[in-house]
Design a protein around this ligand. Structure first.
Ligand code: HPA
Length: 275
């Protein structure tokens, strides 16, 4: 079997981006649903539409901007992804490796992955932030399925500490100092685009999931494969199916995202300045 993409495929995207800047970003931040306003705090911005980057993907969902924003953020050179890509849009896992591999070739060493998620743990409340300590993805193949690309990492790779312990410690300290409640738990990947059934959520809870969402895991695995550090933070925008009386809606997810954005930005900013 031939790899669908080769090294030059990713390098072409990275070279296009590197031609627009005179530095190498060290940190990537992937902004989840409704959390895009963090990009407003980036200084000396250079914005690149996804559609202009060779071999890159295009965002298909409302509320996802679809551009890379490069610049200075809390003392670091960053590349920020405003709008991300999901399996439910029709991309397969092999395609979802593209952004993170391109970031690796830009020189990025650390990725912060953020997302909106449904709360499964009954101790959580809407509007809580959750530090991702691990994930469960029982559905679908690995994004690294197919011929291995040794330029990025080993065929078989350990993911015991995929969510980097030292970054989790920084996040805990930042939250404490800022007086922000930071829950912790396991992110359970669900393929979407429908939200889960109440019975699925009961199963997720039995299996050890604390929050459920439709993103993040392919990015975390791709980053772990190429030896990048990963920090994951979820915003609990709703309690998962069967817990609340109200219907779960994309609008409500966006509304809670907007309400929590100041707290979220304060936390991420402090974490980045401590990295
Ligand atoms: N389930 C899956 N994904 C989500 C949810 C949810 O309840 N809320 C926000 N993203």
């Amino acid at each position: 079997m031939k790899a669908r993409y080769d090294y030059d495929f990713f390098k072409e995207s990275a070279d296009y981006i590197l031609n627009k800047i005179d530095y190498k970003p060290e940190l990537a931040i992937v902004l989840g649903s409704a959390l895009g306003s963090l990009a407003d705090d980036i200084e000396n911005k250079i914005e690149i539409d996804y559609k202009d980057i060779p071999n890159y993907l295009e965002s298909t969902i409302e509320g996802h901007a679809g551009k890379l924003i490069l610049g200075d953020y809390c003392g670091k050179k960053v590349v920020c992804m405003s709008g991300r890509f999901h399996y439910y849009e029709g991309y397969d896992f092999e395609e979802l490796v593209i952004p993170i591999r391109v970031f690796k070739l830009l020189g990025v060493e650390t990725v912060i992955l953020t997302n909106a998620a449904g709360g499964v743990n009954l101790d959580f409340q809407i509007g809580d932030l959750m530090l991702i300590t691990d994930h469960i993805k029982l559905m679908g193949a690995s994004p690294m399925r197919g011929p291995n690309m040794p330029e990025f990492g080993d065929r078989f790779f350990d993911v015991t500490n995929m969510y980097t312990k030292s970054l989790q410690e920084i996040a805990r300290n930042s939250a404490k100092e800022l007086g922000i409640k930071l829950q912790e738990g396991v992110y359970y990947f669900y393929q979407g685009p429908n939200y889960e059934t109440p019975s699925e959520i009961k199963a997720v809870r039995t299996l050890g999931g604390d929050a459920v969402g439709m993103s993040t895991v392919t990015e975390a695995l791709t980053a772990a494969h190429c030896n990048m550090k990963v920090l994951g933070i979820s915003l609990i925008t709703n309690m998962a199916a069967g817990i609340m009386k109200e219907k779960i809606s994309h609008e409500e997810v966006g509304k809670i995202g907007a309400e929590a954005s100041e707290k979220f930005k304060a936390l991420i900013g402090d974490i980045v300045s401590k990295m």
